[in-house]
Design a protein around this ligand. Structure first.
Ligand SMILES: Nc1ncnc2c1ncn2[C@@H]1O[C@H](COP(=O)(O)OP(=O)(O)OP(=O)(O)O)[C@@H](O)[C@H]1O
Ligand SMILES: [Mg+2]
Length: 362
């Protein structure tokens, strides 16, 4: 087992002037499950491939434990990788697929069999060891791919969207299996996904990337409660946080007919006359049409989830028409076309600089 350190690791692809990954700095603890997340093209796979040794590092360093692996070939790094396209060898049995890397490494047959059987037990694949991959379900194939990595007993697991070939339901159950397996084995893991729900549910910590730049590394809880900037605020959470540009008022911000109190410090650091307030859908207080509080939201669509419902509406706020999403109780669902008055709940709003995107509130 080992720590993993990205020490200002940078990758500039040949022919490009802009780094695909720009001075990435993350310290990953021994046994930690770290998830790299961000939109397509933000540099997730490039970061992982630098750690794997599949991509040159053009600046900074990468360490596994106290070994500097920046320029080591992949085979000397003691890592095992599970890719999105985990192509299994179709003509080999599950057992042979799982043991292949050990066979190449010259491990003797009895030892390979023992390791494969141990991994199969962990992955619930024992009864399939003699089958060919085509006689397995998608989820079982995915577990064989995991098995290939496990038998090697690496210091670090690297996974690049390993669930993206699975259908939605299987993806949810498999992500739980992978997360619990990782905790049981205690092997430091770096996991890439573009799915923020997967990131929040699986990671001990989550690192959000955008355009090759690290935006925030934090626990899922902190990432949700205190996004560091407008990008993270909009990216983490589903439905997304409402982000609304509003005028600064005395002691708070003006939200329609209400002044929402926000920390004095947050406003002191705002150099603009407006700030962007972030409110999660579950953090509005809702009053009826006869209220004159906050802003009036005209209901366009209601998504009922049983326990609660998401109301998608429009409002005039800060001089423009904005889409607003409000979560309401499952038994308080408004009619389409009706009007709700909403006010951000005190202490639950986030304040960001409109011009720089930086978080201003605590
Ligand atoms: N071999 C390459 N040569 C040149 N540019 C590349 C190469 N591979 C990736 N890039 C560029 O580097 C950037 C980061 O790519 P990367 O594959 O790391 O993104 P990603 O976050 O994994 O995206 P996705 O979610 O789509 O897999 C992109 O702009 C991409 O076009
Ligand atoms: Mg990728």
């Amino acid at each position: 087992m080992a720590t993993v350190t990205f020490d200002k690791a940078t990758r500039v692809y040949p022919g490009s002037t802009k780094p695909a990954v720009d001075a990435l700095e993350i310290d990953i603890a021994d046994g930690e499950f770290l998830v790299l997340v961000g939109p397509s093209g933000c540099g997730k796979s490039t970061s992982l491939r630098m750690l794997a040794g599949l991509e040159d590092v053009n600046g900074g360093a990468i360490r596994i434990g106290d070994r500097d692996v920046t320029h080591l070939p992949p085979k000397d790094r003691d890592i095992a990788m599970v890719f999105q396209n985990y192509a299994l060898y179709p003509h080999m049995s599950v057992a042979d697929n799982m043991g292949f890397a050990l066979k190449i490494a010259g491990v003797n047959k009895a030892e390979i069999r023992k390791k494969v059987e141990e991994a199969a037990k962990i992955l619930d694949l024992t009864e399939y060891l003699d089958r060919k991959p085509k006689a397995l379900s998608g989820g079982q194939r995915q577990r064989v791919a995991m098995g290939r990595a496990i038998v090697r007993e690496p210091q670090v697991f690297l996974m690049d969207e390993p669930l993206s070939n699975l259908d939605a339901k299987l993806r949810v159950s498999t992500r739980t299996q992978i997360a619990s397996l990782q905790r049981r084995l205690g092997i430091t893991t770096v996991y890439v996904t573009h799915d923020q729900v997967e990131a929040l549910t699986m990671g001990d910590r989550v690192a959000v990337l955008k355009d090759g730049l690290l935006q925030q590394v934090d626990t899922p809880r902190n990432m949700y409660d205190k996004p560091a900037n407008l990008f993270v605020a909009g990216f983490i959470g589903s439905p997304a946080m409402n982000l609304i540009e509003v005028p600064v008022a005395d002691g708070g911000v003006k939200f329609g007919n209400s002044v929402v109190p926000v920390q004095r410090d947050a406003l002191a650091s705002a150099t603009d006359k407006t700030v962007t307030v972030g409110v999660r859908p579950e953090h509005f207080d809702v009053a009826g049409a006869d209220s004159d509080q906050g802003v009036a939201v005209t209901v366009n669509v209601v998504e009922e989830l049983g326990s609660d419902a998401f109301v998608y509406g429009t409002a005039h706020v800060g001089g423009e028409t904005k889409d607003i999403v409000v979560r309401v109780g499952g038994r308080e669902v408004p009619e389409k076309g009706s009007v709700l008055h909403v006010v951000p709940r005190a202490g639950e709003s986030h304040v960001f600089s409109t011009s720089t995107g930086a978080r201003l509130s605590d």
